[in-house]
Design a binder for this molecule. Structure first.
Ligand code: FAD
Length: 429
């Protein structure tokens, strides 16, 4: 049996900004129509979409608290697209179908915005800039056309001079702006969504790790240490944090870590290099991602297959930051943390009905904020009727992710692509 990844306990900057709503544990016996395992944005979005369709006989169970996994520990970029490249998607299901799924994620950006409005939450900033690491304008324009053709995504070119109004770094050429995208405090959103679900009849439980599930005559039975839940249907949305419950899912995903550090308050020092409010990531495979949060810098990047302590995360983030903003290389960090993403070999989400009444929603990779919301809609449609989108997503299947060797291969590929990007950057090719 595969073991669960460690939970990355170091506190995040988001936790300091959010008054926790403690969700108590489920006790005793319950019978429900739908039980959702995992209160990350996948589980919560499915619960919200089911609630909007009138299905309230739903419980959501989390081993920790809502948003305690990747959904409340991430970079906070809410943008369109999936982890898999748009052309590779089209190769598998055809361009029209791929464009439709891509559009679903962009619609979801708007849906998150509307849900935030209703929850009285505001974005931290507008727009996401994809900055050109390689200083190659022709290549950047090729990428713009690629995304327009294969993803139906129209990004606005920003030349180097205009970019300096937002990001002041000699590192970059121009950029592409996704103006509808935005960035936010993901933990605040996850907790507010969970609270609102709860108030409207979908019970959300924390500290309720599901330790087993089994099929019964009527549906499925889940067990926690303190409760037995009979459900007509269940949804397993446990991201990269569980490798036990559904063996067919566990063998198809790899938990992959990524890291973030947040600086101490910086004032003008930060505004001098980051005068704009858009979030930023770059055109390398192993890209940096960062944004301003109040007068601090939130800096993320790298992946790893093993746990890292806050000190080593801080060291790595500082090294990356110094290459972009040398003037900030000595800034103190107040927080450093990691989180687990779940990846399938094909880099697309694993979504659909694996067995009668057992639904899966996992493997959102590093692109989860909008896609979990899109999949929430699609899965709720599929569970209450039919969804072409879920049928399309099912075409990627659940190929074996390679077990321990697969993990080493992921790290190897990351290093290889990182090295290739470094050669490209130095040769301009
Ligand atoms: C550091 C970092 C930065 C990222 N940055 C971005 C970004 O800027 N933009 C973006 O779009 N995406 C980003 N991502 C990816 C995004 O966070 C994920 O794709 C998304 O949050 C996945 O949501 P999820 O609900 O599937 O998983 P999670 O949020 O991990 O939720 C899974 C939940 O299941 C619970 N669970 C596990 N096992 C059990 C069990 N047995 N019983 C009960 N509950 C269980 C866990 O406690 C957890 O709360 C980032 C990820 C990380 C880690």
């Amino acid at each position: 049996m595969l073991s669960d990844p460690p939970r990355f306990h170091s506190p995040t900057w988001y936790q300091d900004r959010v008054e926790p709503i403690p969700f108590g544990a489920i006790q005793g016996d319950r019978s429900v129509a739908v039980a959702i395992v995992g209160a990350g944005l996948a589980g919560l979005s499915i619960a919200r979409s089911l609630q909007e369709r009138g299905q309230r006989d739903v419980v959501v169970l989390d081993a920790g608290q809502p948003g305690e996994g990747a959904s409340g520990r991430n970079g906070g970029f809410v943008f369109g697209g999936f982890s898999l490249d748009a052309r590779a998607m089209a190769r598998r299901i055809g361009r029209e179908a791929a464009l439709r799924l891509q559009q679903g994620t962009r619609d979801a950006v708007g849906r998150v915005r509307r849900r935030m409005d209703a929850l009285d939450l505001a974005p931290d900033g507008e727009g996401v800039l994809l900055v050109d690491w390689f200083g190659n304008a022709a290549r950047l324009d090729g990428l713009r056309r690629h995304l327009e053709h294969w993803a139906g995504q129209v990004l606005e070119p920003v030349d180097a001079e205009r970019l300096r109004q937002s990001v002041v770094s000699a590192r970059y050429g121009g950029a592409l702006l996704e103006s509808d995208a935005f960035h936010f405090n993901p933990l605040a959103y996850a907790q507010a969504l969970a609270g609102d679900l709860h108030r409207n009849g979908t019970t959300v439980y924390g500290d309720s790790a599901v330790v087993s599930l089994r099929r019964t005559g009527r549906g499925w039975q889940l067990r926690t240490d303190a409760a037995v839940i009979d459900a007509e249907r269940i949804v397993v949305a446990t991201g990269g944090y569980d490798r036990q419950l559904v063996p067919a899912l566990a063998r198809a995903i790899q938990p992959i870590g990524t890291h973030i550090a947040v600086s101490a308050p910086l004032g003008d020092e930060l505004f001098d290099v980051l005068p704009g409010t858009s979030a930023v990531y770059d055109t390398r495979f192993a890209f940096d991602y960062y944004r301003r949060v109040d007068d601090r810098l939130l800096w993320g990047g790298r992946i790893s297959i093993s746990d890292r302590d806050p000190r080593s995360i801080e060291r790595l983030m500082r090294r990356d930051l110094a290459r972009v903003f040398p003037s900030l290389s000595g800034v103190p960090f107040s927080h450093a943390w990691g989180g687990w993403m779940s990846y399938a070999r094909h880099q697309m989400p694993i979504v659909g009905e694996a067995e009668p009444g057992l639904w899966l929603a996992s493997a959102f990779g590093g692109h989860g904020m909008a896609p979990t919301t899109f999949i929430g809609e699609a899965l709720a449609d599929a569970m209450t009727g039919h969804s072409d989108d879920v049928a399309l997503l099912g075409r990627w299947g659940r190929p074996w992710a390679g077990g321990s060797l697969g993990r080493i291969a992921v790290q190897g590929e990351y290093w290889w692509r990182q090295a290739r990007d470094a050669v490209r950057a130095s040769t301009g090719l």
